[in-house]
Write a protein that binds this ligand. Structure first.
Ligand code: ZN
Length: 461
């Protein structure tokens, strides 16, 4: 289908030249952008969408999510809590739900549907999910359920097959019921790649091999995943690196940095991106750049857990690829990427820093678009240019909170009342129009998650 977005008030392309255009058109042909310019001829287009008053950006890319946590938001014990208590409560609640038959694949699909609907409403067009909890001997098809939910909503998904292979009785932080043998994880990962992974441009589904991290996995898991990824184009590696517990426990268990363990076991190179990177030893930052890994900045969870902020300016200065993510909803209650960009824009203005070090609105939006795309290995995403995927998110610049704003991109981050996108397209298909999700019933999706969550809430009051 050919669609013409006509007379967009402002287009920020985040292309190689950082072009920004006013009063511009975007022509979409099938899944790709066919032209960007002024007064493009409508020709044989099937649909013209009025872009008056809209700011258009490349669709935002959430480079780190745990969708299953979206029904475990604002748990009172976690309002002021570090990571050990968060993991204990995750263990307890997921185990209870599973024992009560409320952690079935269909439940995870319902939760993902709601969280993905929330994501597209916020202008997110691609989500990298990491599902890490597979209770029992014969785990349910949780990743498959998330893939199905993403297809229903129309959002692009990089589905992470997570793992826990180093559990509590061996000295880890996660209950044994969630631990799996390396072989079993590999078999399922191979099945997912064979069944769902699409290495082609404009792919809607890719598989990511995403162990929990050095804290919760045995080193053999990293090696096995690295070898598997090497055999499949477009299959990437993802894990947690250098949050406080990761740094601390790697030191206790291996006497070294978790980055050294990952490196020794093949988890490196430009196939890898990591989440958090809050507490890297300063000398490692140049190694990340040289290795070509990406780092997803997750400021909301890093702040909520009391970890502080990742050294974003030092990463940028060193040439490290930086993406942006929300992580799951037990450590960041929402999935509002734009809200987290605003938080980052302000939180990095800490005392004893110079204003020139603070990330700009454009730098942060670049992380959440082409930066995250680079993390995911998607040169076809993250910018608006001819041949790129038609993943386009538009916000209304005529809202009352943006009246008087002088810079549309800064207005998107710093005003804040109108975070819901007016129009979102993924692969040229409108998934949000008029500020409403087009393909799923959002109220019904929310109702399902409320029903799943109510027993936990009752139990904790
Ligand atoms: Zn995470």
């Amino acid at each position: 289908m050919k669609i013409l977005l006509r007379r967009l008030a402002y287009v920020a392309t985040f292309d190689t030249e950082d072009r920004e255009l006013t009063d511009a058109d975007i022509l979409i042909d099938g899944p790709r952008i066919a032209a960007i310019g002024h007064d493009l001829p409508a020709g044989d287009v099937e649909r013209v969408i009025d872009g008056t008053g809209l700011l258009a950006l490349p669709g935002l890319i959430n480079a780190h999510q745990h969708l299953f946590q979206a029904s475990l938001r604002t748990l009172p014990p976690l309002e002021r809590s570090g990571m050990p208590r968060f993991l204990d409560l995750q263990n307890e609640l997921v185990l209870r739900r599973w024992q009560e038959g409320r952690f079935r694949a269909a439940d995870i699909g319902a939760i993902a549907r709601a969280a993905l609907a929330e994501s597209v409403l916020g202008g997110v067009t691609t989500v990298a999910d990491q599902h890490t909890v597979f209770p029992g001997e014969e785990p349910e098809p949780y990743v498959e359920a998330v893939i199905e939910a993403a297809a229903e909503v129309g959002v692009r998904l990089h589905a992470g097959r997570g793992s826990v292979t180093f559990s509590r009785t061996r000295g880890g932080m996660i209950d044994d019921v969630f631990a799996e043998p390396v072989d079993a994880v590999l078999r399922h990962a191979e099945h997912l790649i064979a069944t769902h992974h699409d290495p082609e441009p404009y792919a809607m589904t890719r598989i990511v091999l995403a162990p929990s991290g050095v804290v919760s996995d045995v080193p053999e898991m990293f090696r096995a995943f690295a070898d598997l990824a090497a055999a499949h184009p477009g299959v990437r590696l993802h894990t947690h690196l250098h949050h406080h517990e990761d740094t601390r426990l790697a030191q206790a268990r291996f006497g070294t940095s978790p980055w050294r363990i990952l490196n020794e076991h093949g988890f490196t190179g430009d196939r890898l991106w990591v989440a958090h990177g809050v507490t890297p030893p300063p000398e490692e930052i140049a190694e990340y750049a040289a290795a070509g890994i990406g780092v997803a900045h997750i400021p909301a969870a890093d702040l909520k857990l009391g970890w502080g902020l990742a050294p974003v300016r030092r990463y940028l200065d060193a040439g490290v690829t930086l993406g942006f993510g929300t992580t799951g909803s037990m450590t960041n209650d929402g999935a509002n990427l734009l809200g987290d960009l605003r938080l980052a824009a302000l939180a990095h203005r800490a005392p004893r820093t110079e204003p020139e070090e603070w990330p700009t609105a454009r730098e942060l939006l670049a992380m959440a678009t082409r930066g995250s795309a680079a993390c995911l290995g998607r040169p076809d995403l993250g910018s608006l240019a001819v041949g790129q995927a038609a993943d386009i998110s538009c916000w209304d610049l005529t809202t009352v909170d943006r009246a008087g704003a002088h810079d549309p991109l800064a207005a998107l981050l710093f005003t804040g009342l109108s975070d819901i996108a007016a129009l979102v397209l993924v692969n040229g298909i409108p998934v949000v129009e008029g500020g409403k999700v087009t393909r799923v019933d959002v109220a019904a999706a929310a109702r399902e998650v409320r029903a799943l969550s109510v027993a936990d809430v009752a139990g904790r009051r």
